[in-house]
Design a protein around this ligand. Structure first.
Ligand SMILES: Nc1ncnc2c1ncn2[C@@H]1O[C@H](COP(=O)(O)OP(=O)(O)OP(=O)(O)O)[C@@H](O)[C@H]1O
Length: 259
């Protein structure tokens, strides 16, 4: 246990929107190399927590640290550069760009080419562009949409658009990938395939944080789970521990059809 290395620390975070306490003294750590599930009923605070971690919201109290460095108050592109990438509950692709171009936009966050180098089309620029393209094609292959690189994003199936979003996030070479309900709208077969992809991402060395409503998906893929209810953490542990926790059963698993 002692060799586990903290990647992201949510340290006693409270977040208020006016009178609404969306997060109430939430505390947990995400360790390198794990798949952590963040679950809870509607309105529990999952998305707010995610948004705080990725710099969208500033906690009212407490701190969030990534690789030991505070993320709160930092700009999005700085947080991306620190090694954190995310997808969104609602797909946010550039619909009129090709799949490949969408991934290249992700990779751009990482390129070192300066604007003058790019404008003057110096060799370094071409080299980086070639490398980025090769890497983008590799990522499309990795997420399972080989052959769709030249298709406009809007012409991809819903499932493939979700995969493309993941490829775009991976193009920033993250240490941590945060997935916000990636299986929303998926049929059971697509969910199984997504589960495989999430494991493959982790096995490639990327730590994964997963917000998910589908209990079966969460149980089948995560190493540990944090459960929120009304903005508070009510449980944390392995899928088995969480599943058997009476508070969780009452709050979430007891809801018919939650699975
Ligand atoms: N921008 C905001 N302004 C005011 N209240 C907000 C805002 N965002 C979230 N809330 C409130 O904070 C609480 C937590 O919401 P949040 O969206 O984080 O929950 P969630 O667990 O992600 O829910 P869901 O599963 O429905 O997406 C809710 O009471 C919500 O109404």
């Amino acid at each position: 246990m002692s060799e586990r290395k903290a990647l992201l620390e949510v340290d006693n975070v409270t977040l208020r929107f006016g009178g609404v306490v969306a997060l109430n003294q939430v505390d947990f750590t995400l360790y390198e190399g794990e798949i952590l599930g963040l679950i809870g009923p509607n309105g529990a605070g999952k998305t707010t927590c995610f948004n705080a971690m990725t710099g969208v919201y500033l906690p009212t109290e407490g701190q969030i640290r990534f690789k030991g460095e505070q993320v709160s108050g930092k700009k999005r592109n700085k947080i991306t550069k620190m090694g954190m990438a995310r997808t969104f509950q609602n797909i946010r692709l550039f619909p009129e760009m090709t799949a490949l171009e969408n991934v290249l936009v992700g990779a751009d966050a990482h390129n070192s080419t300066s604007v003058p180098t790019a404008l003057l089309r110096l060799p370094k620029h071409w080299r980086e562009e070639r490398q980025s393209k090769a890497r983008a094609l590799e990522l499309l292959d990795f997420v399972g949409i080989t052959g769709r690189s030249d298709d406009l994003a809007r012409n991809l199936s819903y499932g493939d658009q979700r995969r493309l979003e993941i490829a775009r996030a991976l193009a920033t070479n993250p240490a941590l990938l945060c997935l916000d309900e990636p299986a929303a709208g998926f049929n059971p077969a697509e969910k199984v395939a997504l589960l495989e992809l999430i494991k493959k991402i982790r096995d490639s060395g990327v730590t994964v944080l997963l917000i998910e409503h589908d209990m079966r998906l969460v149980m089948g893929v995560t190493d540990r789970i944090v459960v929120l209810e009304f903005g508070r953490k009510i449980a944390e542990g392995t899928p088995e521990e969480v599943r058997d926790n009476p508070k969780v059963v009452a709050a979430y698993l007891g809801v018919p059809d939650a699975a």
